[in-house]
Design a protein around this ligand. Sequence first.
Ligand SMILES: *Cc1c(COP(=O)(O)O)cnc(C)c1O
Length: 392
Amino acid sequence: MMDDWKTATKLVHAGARRSQYGEMSEAIFLTQGFVYDSAEQAEARFIEAGPDEFIYARYGNPTVRMFEDRMAAIEGTEDAFATASGMAAVNGALTALLKAGDHVVAARALFGSCLYVLDLLARFGVAVTLVDGTDLGQWRAALREGTKAVFLESVSNPTLEVIDVKSVAEIAHAVGATVIVDNVFATPTFSKAVALGADVIVYSATKHIDGSGRCLGGVVCGTKHYIRKVLEPYLKHTGGALSPFNAWVMLKGLETLDLRVRQQAASAQAMAEALAGNPKLARVIYPGLKDHPQHRVAMEQMGAGGTVVTFDLAGGQPAAFRFLNALRIAKISNNLGDAKSIATHPATTTHQRLPVEQKALLGITPGLVRFSLGIEDTGDLIADVMAALDAA
Ligand SMILES: *Cc1c(COP(=O)(O)O)cnc(C)c1O
């Protein structure tokens, strides 16, 4: 019956499990272990646990399972596994699949910690090739017979390059590679990742899914085989499990995800349009603007430009800092997807670790500001940014 529900309905109801009390709100099963009726039952459960049977919270927990089932329903995958953070999800998705001698091709415009995971894999003998993710010719040249996996952020952080997931998946599948997509910036609301050909979809739930800046969390969505036979053994033995309390926070976050994300994206579109052509800005980057290099791809694969606008102050770092310090509503921080608007200076914070040449290659200039739209009044936010630009 759930299969024909729309996303907004699934976000509220999918995966719900009720105890004998018939509670309305999802229960928090804050328990690490489970009690067996007999030694025989314990033995049987360790051989094979049924769908409503749990062993230990590192393997699974009823509240966590509700979150996993809801995410799989929304994303349209057979199954999902929740993790302690987005990075536990990225690391698990890649490491569980790969071994020494395997080859991975990844888009070079990645979140700093994602690049770190690829460096780590290289240390253990995985060959990693980085490409310009927006250039299909580079994907074609890098992928070879036997390439095991492709990894990309569907919209890159912080410069909002949009990768044509459908075309990359076609190239990857032709050589049998598994396509792993970090879909944080697309959000589950705008995601069509399965239809585009992604095999494994990863979210940091810390971002839009929580949406109120409370908990870390992550989730990997994929086929039953990949989730239970490839990923689960790795995660359950290496300890990246999501806390049941955090899973409950994420379930509550999902209930309002669609409302928040649509509002945030509408504000982002209005903000980008208001900023376009401003003489204090060298660039305004937003996939919803017609002049964005991948505008057409963004509209096809998300139907919206997303919830983040990035812009480059012509006055460089001093102007960017003056701008940040003059904001009154938006907060200076480094999360995104929060109900509160957040402004970030990537070059000195989230991407500080990168060598100067790599920052230049990725377009992370000294004047660049990443602005994550919250759910405040759109007009108030635009006024806040315009006043801060005047002060810059
Ligand atoms: C934040 C983020 C992550 C990591 O998520 P955490 O929950 O902070 O571990 C991974 N990928 C992208 C694109 C992100 O924005």
